[in-house]
Write a protein that binds this ligand. Sequence first.
Ligand code: ZN
Length: 319
Amino acid sequence: MPGKNISKTAPLSSDEIALREELRADVQKLAGDIGERNMWHYAKLDAAADFIEDSFSRAGFHPRRDSYEIRGQACHNIEAEIPASQGTAASSGTVASAKAASPPPIIVIGAHYDSVFGSPGANDNGTGVAATLALARRFVGRTPQHTMRFVAFVNEEPPYFLSDEMGSFIYAGRCKARGDKIAAMISLETIGYFSDAPHSQTYPSPGLGIFYPKVGNFIGFVSNLPSRTLLHRVITLFRKHAKIPSEGAALPAFVPGVSWSDQWSFWRNGYPGIMVTDTAPFRYPYYHSSSDTPDKLDYDRFTLVVSGMEKVIEHLDKF
Ligand SMILES: [Zn+2]
């Protein structure tokens, strides 16, 4: 779904400037202060979990740890939930009919908080976590029609990547076992790097390069084929409300990159999901390296992605 290419960044509003500083501070905390966080640096992984949990708490949530063990070590997904408003069911019906009504569907907004071995993970995926926290702060206190869950996932990177020990795979499997109705999963994966340089954007297959821009100044929306209705809905909303160019593609899951984050775990459990991404290895020169540090990011455009996603989620909730 190629879009119109606008290269000029719109000026930020005062709300967006506040959001930008929030995002900058959280990326700095995760990738600058804490640094590399994974099972080889377990104390740092733990520090990141504590920071995320504390951030949710300070925003007014009662976060829950969704925990499991890998070789005797505890690993934690961190979840903060806003229950759907039960207004219509509670006021109009009897207790029996309210009980008979099926539980409200769920929107999951999530990002992995571990970093790959050897990298402080500012863009991958300090940006996704900072965005998840910022969005959670903006939705707390609202009364959505869907239950909203903001989740930071552990162990997305190798050797857990696309395995049954991946944090989001454990989480999505438990959702399925409980019978949770997840209407949409939005995976925020590496969303903070942009470039206006010619040929700054590459693609996993040469064919895609014919239809999509060669300048890496847009945010990407990617899904598998079964999630294409959700993808179209999200990108339509994003283009209506956001001030940064976007591109979308619903592709077979085997195309390199399409499955490369936590949305995969939800697909595997039968749920629709999409990934929001700057395309990571197809654009970002510091991908999975020790140079993936907070100073590499474009905080203005990163902010426009997050403010755009706030509007997307707000409207997605009304469907
Ligand atoms: Zn990642």
